[in-house]
Design a binder for this molecule. Structure first.
Ligand code: 2P0
Length: 365
């Protein structure tokens, strides 16, 4: 049999940036995060699982039509992921896998693909492997499994999409590093691992006027990847714990409240502050992580200029110079025009809030 799934990408407005050191191998984050599920930008993945032939699971993997070989980073990621999942669902080790995955957006265009990629893989695996059928529709479980591939993939699973909250599940306290999984029973570890999961808080039709614009910024700089970057922030930024505590205790509820009330002005302020504070955490990492460039700063200035007479737009930046800008329908042509003036036409992709992961009958092989 073959099974195909589609999973969208997502853009965080309350950011995930760091794993709880006591739970690093399970990718449990230090804090909760909130994202919008993005319509139009998605990964399609087809999987065939056959009873295993060799000593360990064989993996045949193509990404955007190109063969991924065992020496490549992507292969290692998938292999590590299968190993982690196998610790909780040993039957996954009983299969050989043929996997084909395609993004409907150019990977090189700077859009994150590990979120949609691992989410689509998990959804397709759940449909393909008969032993997974009891949890096939259990988004909480599947999101925790996707997390074992990449943190941001957790938020691309919930099938209703929309606004997604990834609950950290486990408290984070650098002052008490002894809260270790090594002292816990297997059942308690398993409970903790599945408590860090995502769910839809507001469906896409809650706020259909919201427009999401991906803004591609030109860059030649080599950057520190998210995984080592966030680890360096946890380890070296003296303000890290304070940032986590503040966002967890205050910003999380403020954001959900602003979305509930469709209060664009307040939400915009929260989104921009959360982005700026992420980059403050990055800059305070040692050595500093600088993900924004001068064009990113031009975008920040332009958005604040647009907002002078009343809030029309909000920006957010991940671990790179590209922006994602939010606006309401009535203002989006003006906002899009301003952004195109900075990055050039063709570098702004407008989309909206969409649905989450789902199965598809349109197979890649
Ligand atoms: C996020 N980012 O919340 C944040 C904001 C980047 C900045 O999730 O190590 O690829 O695979 O869990 O998910 C990027 O990190 O890292 C990310 P891993 P991931 O979207």
């Amino acid at each position: 049999m073959t099974t195909t799934a589609i999973a969208p990408t997502n853009i965080a407005i309350l950011k995930y940036w760091g794993k709880n050191p006591a739970w690093e191998e399970y990718l449990i984050p230090t804090k909760s995060s909130i994202s919008f599920t993005v319509d139009k930008l998605f990964t399609r993945t087809t999987i065939e699982a056959k009873p295993r032939g060799g000593a360990k699971p064989g993996i045949q993997f193509t990404l955007n039509g190109g063969r991924i070989t065992p020496s490549m980073k992507e292969y290692e990621y998938v292999e590590d992921f299968l190993e982690r999942v196998g610790a909780f669902f040993p039957f996954v080790r009983n299969y050989d896998y043929r996997i084909a995955s395609e993004n409907n957006f150019p990977t090189s265009a700077g859009f994150a693909s590990s979120a949609s990629g691992f989410a689509a893989m998990v959804k397709a695996m759940a449909g393909e492997i008969p032993e997974f059928s009891p949890i096939m529709d259990d988004d909480a479980k599947l999101s925790a499994i996707a997390r074992l591939g990449s943190g941001s993939a957790t938020r691309s699973i919930p099938s209703h999409g929309g606004v997604v909250l990834w609950e950290r599940g486990v408290e984070f306290d650098l002052r008490d590093p002894q809260k270790q999984s090594s002292r816990m029973t297997k059942a308690a570890i398993e409970k903790a691992i599945f408590s860090s999961c995502a769910r839809t808080v507001f469906a896409p039709d809650h706020w259909p006027e919201l427009s999401i614009m991906y803004v591609k910024v030109k860059t030649e700089e080599k950057k520190v990847k998210s995984r080592p970057g966030m680890k360096a922030s946890v380890d070296t930024n003296p303000l890290y714990q304070a940032w986590v505590d503040y966002e967890e205790a205050i910003v999380r509820e403020q954001m959900l409240g602003a979305i509930r009330n469709r209060d664009f002005a307040f939400l915009s302020e929260l989104i921009m502050k959360a982005s700026n504070n992420l980059h403050q955490i990055c800059f305070g990492t040692y050595p500093p992580l600088v993900y924004l460039n001068s064009t990113s700063v031009d975008i920040i200035r332009a958005v604040h200029a647009l907002n002078e007479g009343g809030v029309k737009a909000a920006y957010t930046f991940d671990a790179g110079p590209n922006a994602v800008v939010f606006a309401l329908g009535k203002d989006s042509p003006e906002v899009e025009g301003t952004l195109e003036g900075i990055v050039g036409k063709g570098n702004v992709t407008a989309t909206r809030v969409g649905n989450g992961s789902r199965l598809s009958s349109d197979h890649l092989f």
